[in-house]
Design a binder for this molecule. Structure first.
Ligand code: NAP
Ligand code: G4F
Length: 325
C-alpha cells in the first residue's frame, strides 16, 4: 500500500529535501504551506505536481485538523517553525506560538483525528544551549539560550507527553545544525557561501559577521532528512540525536569557503558587534551513537564537502547555471 506523508514547513530547507526523499521512496507527499502574497515555493518548484500543496498554518488549529482529514497521512513530519534564533529575540511571542504551541496544535489534531498517525518533531540542538556535557547526547540536560530554544524544549516535551499519555508514535529528532544550498541566507553558512560567490564575481566587497568563535557541528541536510524517516520507521517511538560528532568555528567555515574560491578571508571579513546575540550558544557537538547503532544512520557528507558544495551552488546560481534540484 502506498504510504502517505504530510509535511509542515515544506517550503523550508528540510521540507524540500524530505519531500524529495519520500517521493523517491514511493510515498504520496502532501505539504502544508502558508498563504503568501509572493511566491515562497522556490525550494519545491522542481518537484512539480508530484507534491500536493495545501494552505494551512501552525497558528490555525482548524486548518491542521482539516488537512489531516483531507490527506489521511500515515506519517506527519512537523518541520514548520520560526527557526531563526535572532528573530526569536525580536519576536518571542510569535516564536512561542509557532514553534512551541504549533507542535501542540498539531499533536492535538492528531489525537482528535487518528492516534495511529506517526508524528515526527523537529527538535533542535539549540535546546542544549549552554552545554552541560560534551558531546551532547539524548541524556544531556537542556539549557536553552534563546526564546527559540525554549520554544523547542516545550515542543520536545509535549511530543514525549503525547507519546506517554495517548500512545501516539511521536518522536523527536534532535538535529544539530545542517546546511545545504537551500539553506536560508540569514543563517551564517549560507550568508558566507553567498557572500563568497558574490565577492568572487565582483558583486560584493566585504562580509560582515558576528561571533566568529561560535562552534557548530555542521552536517548536510540531505543526510539528515533520511534520519527523520528512519526515526519514524523505527520499531518503537523514541528520541534521537542526529549529528556528525565534529565541530568547527564560524571562522573556520569562512576560511574554508573563501579558500574554496581561491581567496583569503582576512581581506574580506569584518566583525560587526551589532550581529552579536543577547545570549549566544558558543559550542555544540553531538554524539549520534544511538542513531548509528539503532537506526543504522550515518552522515555521508563531511565539513569540507559541505562548504565546497554550498560555495559551488552559489557561484552557479549567480551565473544562472543552477538547476536547484
Ligand atoms: P526553515 O528553512 O526556516 O523552514 C521553516 C519552515 O516553517 C518554512 O517552510 C516556513 O514557511 C514554515 N513556517 C514558519 N511559520 C509557519 C507557520 N506559522 N505555519 C506553517 N508553516 C510555518 O527551517 P529548516 O532549516 O528547514 O528546519 C526545519 C525544522 O527543523 C525547523 O523546525 C527548525 O527549527 C528545525 N531545526 C533545524 C535545524 C537546522 O540546522 N536546519 C536544526 C535543528 C532543528 P515559509 O516558507 O512560509 O516561511
Ligand atoms: O547559522 P546560525 O544563525 O544558526 P543557529 O543559531 O545555530 O541556529 C540554527 O541551528 C539550530 C540547531 O542548533 C536550529 F535549531 C536553528 O533553527 C537554526 O537552523 O548561527 C550559528 C552561529 C551562531 O553562534 C551565531 O552567533 O553563527 C554565529 N554567527 C556569527 N556571525 C552568525 C553570524 N549567525 C548569523 N546568522 N549571521 C551572522 O552574521
Amino acid at each position: 500500500m502506498t504510504r502517505t506523508a504530510l509535511i509542515t514547513g515544506i517550503t523550508g530547507q528540510d521540507g524540500a529535501y524530505l519531500a524529495s526523499f519520500l517521493l523517491d521512496k514511493g510515498y504520496r507527499v502532501h505539504g502544508i504551506h502558508r498563504r503568501s502574497s509572493t511566491d515562497n515555493l522556490e525550494r519545491v518548484a522542481h518537484l512539480g505536481d508530484r507534491v500536493q500543496l495545501h494552505c494551512g498554518d501552525l497558528l490555525d488549529s482548524h486548518s491542521l485538523l482539516r488537512l489531516l482529514e483531507q490527506t489521511t497521512p500515515h506519517e506527519v513530519y512537523n518541520l514548520a517553525a520560526q527557526s531563526f534564533v535572532p528573530a526569536s529575540f525580536d519576536q518571542p511571542l510569535l516564536t512561542s506560538e509557532v514553534t512551541a504551541l504549533g507542535a501542540l496544535r498539531l499533536l492535538e489534531a492528531i489525537r482528535q483525528f487518528d492516534t495511529s498517525i506517526r508524528y515526527y518533531q523537529a527538535s533542535s540542538s539549540e535546546m542544549f544551549g549552554r552545554v552541560q556535557q560534551e558531546p551532547q547526547n539524548e541524556m544531556t540536560p537542556f539549557w536553552p539560550r534563546s526564546p527559540y530554544g525554549v520554544a523547542k524544549v516545550y515542543a520536545h516535551w509535549i511530543t514525549i507527553n503525547y507519546r506517554e499519555s495517548y500512545g501516539i508514535f511521536a518522536c523527536n529528532g534532535i538535529l544539530f545544525n545542517h546546511e545545504s544550498p537551500w539553506r536560508g541566507k540569514e543563517f551564517v553558512t549560507r550568508k558566507i557561501s553567498d557572500a563568497v560567490a558574490r565577492i568572487k564575481l565582483g558583486r560584493q566587497k566585504t562580509l560582515r559577521l558576528g561571533n566568529l568563535d561560535a562552534q557548530r557541528d555542521w552536517g548536510f541536510a540531505g543526510d539528515y532528512v533520511q534520519a527523520m524517516w528512519r526515526i519514524l520507521n523505527h520499531k518503537t517511538p523514541d528520541d534521537f540525536v542526529i549529528a556528525t560528532g565534529v565541530k568547527h568555528s564560524v571562522l573556520e567555515f569562512a576560511e574554508l569557503a573563501f579558500e574554496h574560491a581561491d581567496m583569503d578571508f582576512r581581506e574580506f571579513v569584518e566583525v560587526d558587534p551589532g550581529l552579536l546575540r543577547p545570549a549566544d550558544v558558543h559550542t555544540l557537538c553531538g554524539d549520534a551513537s544511538k542513531a548509528r547503532s539503532e537506526l543504522k544512520w550515518e552522515p555521508k557528507v563531511d565539513f569540507r564537502e559541505l562548504v565546497g558544495m554550498m560555495v559551488e551552488a552559489d557561484l552557479a546560481r549567480l551565473n544562472g547555471e543552477w538547476g536547484g534540484g
